[in-house]
Write a protein that binds this ligand. Sequence first.
Ligand code: SDX
Length: 432
Amino acid sequence: MSDKKAFLECDGCEGKIELAVHSGSVGPDSVDITRLYAEAGLFTFDPGFLSTASCSSAITYIDGDKGILRYRGYPIEQLAAKSTFLEVAHLLMYGELPKVDQLDEFTDMVMHHTMINQSLQRFFQGFHYDAHPMAMMVGVVGSLSGFYHDSINMRDDAHRHLAAFRLIAKMPTIAAAAYKHNVGEPVVYPRNDLSYVGNLLRMMFSRPCEEYIVDPLAERAMDLLFILHADHEQNASTSSVRLVGSSGANPFACIAAGVASLWGPAHGGANEAVLDMLEEIGDASQIDKYIDKAKDRNDPFRLMGFGHRVYKNYDPRAKIIREVCLQVLEKLADSNNPLFELARRLEERALHDDYFLERGLYPNVDFYSGIIYRALGIPESMFTVMFAIARTAGWVSHWLEMLDDPKHRIGRPRQLYVGADRRDYLPIDQRA
Ligand code: SDX
């Protein structure tokens, strides 16, 4: 932390209020307001946390103006080109790229926790066949704490890491079981000799009546998408995991909270909403009409997959995903995929429109990912589930980082109260 200072003067306060300023290893300084209320009787007001650092973290760094994203200092472009999802999960959790033996051990730990308790299979029977798979994810992930009592003691580091491995390992199994419930097919058990993503694809798409061979193209494309979705600093779902975890809640409840937050269309649910939007637009002749709707303050329509709280330039992940999209479609002999062409035309039209340029609204991670998922045979309802599987690596890493911080405390924001002042109770016969 630096010895820089900030000074606040305000009406009604005596003299200047001195505040410490903290400098990180890179990025903006932060004014420390921890003592502001105690010393000056003032709160700060920042709904949506546009200017608020909720914690210090060494996991992910984003520069929204320069379109920079780094996991533990490594540029996302290099990790996307050279790494694998489980190697990135190790990097996020432990802070370093693993050596060969460390990656083998990490992979072994994950791939030997892929089963879920047989009783959990009955949970899916309780859902209507067409329940949204994210509803099943929220319910079943939260219920894991009812099964794994040997990994919910938050004061025990071994418990914490075992829970983290269990969550990374079981998310694909739970996701595939939710999908099988939707399609009315029998659950397929995990195979630990397959890759992390290969196992997920097989649990989703194999059937008892025929052998299923994992398509290497789909396996590599999905693994790359999982790398790109693994973490993203203090986004809404990660902040939800941290806030729930700050009360000492068990890790399964924390990750269920992350899944619930991610589901929103303004967050991880946007990848599914992009496909719905493209299908509603239909063809390029309608693009101008929908661009006008997106710009109309009185119209609730938003260009899904566009805009970002942090990136006011191109989301680096969107650039990579767009290239992968092209490669996947070309290899699937589907290079004139109408949805992709429509998305490209829509992007091009928006990025020549002052409304979007003035507000720094560019494609984000969700704009093209759904097109790839669909091309790989993943149904729309499962797009955000894919996001949740990948983001679990980031969620558990932030949860572990928070619990490893001896100074961490329960998160309890205050408010600007704008309700009624004190008033006395009126018997019902005296109310106007
Ligand atoms: C993710 O935070 C993360 O890191 C998230 C994420 C991650 O990896 O965890 O990156 C994943 O959630 C990506 C975002 C996916 N969501 C969408 O694609 C939904 C569409 N986008 C918008 O809802 C919006 O851009 C948000 C929610 C992403 C960001 O919202 P902000 O930062 O609160 O921005 P805002 O709503 O205040 O918008 C600023 C202006 C407004 O106009 P004015 O009031 O200035 O006139 O831009 C406009 C908004 O109306 N605007 C849009 C728009 N997004 C913002 N107008 C049309 N279409 C859009 N998509």
